[in-house]
Design a protein around this ligand. Structure first.
Ligand code: SF4
Ligand code: SF4
Length: 236
């Protein structure tokens, strides 16, 4: 079980590249959405920078519609496309099955320590509530490393600060290393892996699904982050 922030950190360099490419393409989109200046009576004294949508326009200025056009394109076109893509990815997951190797039960990661997760659970965070009801932190890093050395090695190679990653195991695992309550497992267990960015062991039944959609998922997450940024900027 992982949270998406950790998964993105795993692919930090590639994610940054994709993020910058999308960010650099935004001015071209904004330019296409710019309303035409109507050369109103203020044309001779107009000081508006017609290449910058992020400014306050006069009430009667036609360029005032620019904000609305951008918000509309981000919220109604781009966001819907991404949502559609993510739903397709999720639907495709139904073609794959969990082979019950239990590695995700023996080894879960979070950017939060146990106390913070408990606090989040008490404050109503549904994921944290389910997670802390079954997962326990490993006593120390070396104990976690023994459970899944390949994953820890990969984190060590990719993360600037591995001290900010916390490792957990499920207390419902029995002495044979299997889930003792599989039929009644929680939604977070049923949903795993909940996105194709999750690092999966070679034996995982969803490995092929992950590889198939990894790039699309990274692109979608980067685009969502950029859309949120611009919508907040325009609405504030
Ligand atoms: S409850 Fe069962 S399926 Fe869920 S994480 Fe624990 S051992 Fe795995
Ligand atoms: S096959 Fe994948 S989802 Fe199923 S238990 Fe193993 S790691 Fe978890």
């Amino acid at each position: 079980m992982n949270d998406v922030n950790i998964d993105i950190l795993n692919t930090k360099k590639l994610y940054r590249e994709l993020f910058n490419n999308i960010l650099n393409s935004m001015p071209t989109l904004f330019e296409k959405l710019r309303p035409t200046c109507q050369s109103c009576e203020k044309i001779n004294s107009c000081k508006i920078n017609k290449t910058n949508p992020f400014q306050k326009f006069d009430e009667n200025c036609k360029l005032k519609l620019w904000h609305k056009n951008i918000i509309n394109a981000l919220e109604n076109d781009l966001s819907k496309d991404i949502l559609y893509k993510l739903k397709e990815i999720e639907k495709d997951k139904e073609l794959f099955i969990c082979n019950r190797c239990t590695i995700c039960c023996k080894f879960a990661t979070s950017e939060f320590d146990y106390r913070t997760l408990k606090e989040k659970a008490q404050n109503g965070d549904k994921f944290a509530k389910q997670f802390t009801s079954i997962f326990q932190p490993y006593n120390d890093f070396s104990e976690a490393k023994k459970a899944y050395p390949d994953y820890v090695k990969m984190l060590e190679e990719n993360l600037d600060d591995i001290d900010n990653v916390y490792f957990y195991y499920c207390k419902k695992l029995n002495e044979n290393g299997l889930c003792s309550d599989y039929e009644n497992r929680l939604q977070i267990c049923r949903d795993f892996p909940n996105n194709p960015l999750v690092l999966l062991p070679k034996c995982c039944g969803y490995k092929e699904w992950k590889e198939k959609h990894h790039m699309e998922a990274l692109l979608s997450h980067a685009t969502i982050e950029i859309i949120d940024f611009y919508i907040k900027k325009l609405k504030n």
